[in-house]
Design a protein around this ligand. Structure first.
Ligand SMILES: C[S@@+](CC[C@H](N)C(=O)[O-])C[C@H]1O[C@@H](n2cnc3c(N)ncnc32)[C@H](O)[C@@H]1O
Ligand SMILES: [Zn+2]
Length: 280
């Protein structure tokens, strides 16, 4: 429930506990009087001042991601993440934080399968509008992962990060002792068949070593699994796939139209790595 998630939240201004006030509009409030009203879709914007300067995904890019994920092409990945999380979500009041939750599809599967309480966090309000509709029982927060997270120490049982930025120090702080961090990254050759057509960036070698190195100070590496998903896509799905990722920022309308006009089905293989880490 939302109120369970709120118990783990901290005011981003004064770090005091936040309470959920249910009036005409839902509001998060701390004792010092800092107030955060829910947007009409149900998410909370906790960001005060400016977030990290970066090019946020546009509403159209988020819509492309929503269509692609909602069609179920990556459902097996969501199930694999939920299975990896399951062992650490046994407590009746277990809490999972999905950092860079995007449209909320991965968190949805984790929550459905575990019955855990959820917090979804993303810097894009366009993404959170979707995530809040998909996971209304979770606390969906506009926040910048590079900042100290508005979550109390030792409260989360699992942190999931699916193709999103990682802040190891903060993930370690909010996780309980024995908690688990689950990171999904693309492997070399991910969507290689269509990457060339779409200007999608290739995956560099040594990425996994770098992931483990970046975590070493706070986490011990655990199980790491590969998952390959064969895809058969229509032209418009190829266009959505290209547009929903980082390459989407640079694609021109004509290039997208060209992809959408491709005679399908186009075959491609998505290659993922699911890496688990334990707080050290
Ligand atoms: C490639 S998307 C992945 C989204 C989702 N996990 C998925 O796989 O569908 C990366 C997400 O990270 C979010 N993001 C990027 N920088 C962020 C930051 N500094 N703080 C929070 N979220 C961020 C983006 O808005 C975007 O939704
Ligand atoms: Zn406060």
């Amino acid at each position: 429930m939302l109120s369970d998630a709120v118990a783990a939240l901290r005011c981003p201004v004064c770090q005091g506990a936040l309470q959920l006030c249910e009036g005409r509009q839902q509001t998060l409030a701390c004792e010092a009087g800092h107030l955060f009203d829910a947007a009409k879709q149900g998410y909370f914007n906790l960001l005060t001042g400016k977030g990290t300067v970066f090019e946020a995904d546009s509403a159209e890019m988020v819509a492309a991601r929503y269509r692609f994920l909602d069609a179920g092409h990556y459902s097996a990945l969501a199930v694999a993440v939920a299975e990896a999380a399951a062992g650490s979500l046994q407590r009746p009041d277990a809490l999972v934080l999905d950092a860079g939750t995007g449209t909320g599809h991965y968190l949805q599967t984790v929550l459905e399968r575990s019955g855990a309480t959820g917090i979804g966090m993303d810097i894009s309000k366009f993404a959170l509008r979707r995530a809040a509709r998909l996971n209304p029982q979770a606390a969906n927060l506009v926040w910048d992962i590079w900042r100290p997270l508005p979550i109390a120490d030792n409260t989360a049982d699992v942190v999931t990060v699916v193709f999103a930025p990682r802040n190891p120090a903060e993930f370690a702080r909010v996780l309980r002792p024995g908690g688990s961090l689950i990171v999904v990254t693309p492997r070399q050759g991910h969507l290689a068949e269509i990457a060339a057509r779409t200007g999608m960036l290739g995956i560099e070698e040594g990425k996994e070593d770098r992931l483990v190195d970046s975590m070493r100070k706070y986490f011990n590496p655990g199980t790491s699994k590969s998952l390959d998903l064969p895809l058969m896509l229509s032209g418009s799905e190829v266009a959505d796939l290209a547009y929903m990722g980082p390459a989407g920022h640079h694609l021109k309308r004509e290039e997208l139209a060209e992809m959408a006009a491709l005679e399908g089905p186009v075959a491609a293989t998505a290659k993922f790595r699911i890496s688990e880490f334990a707080v050290s």
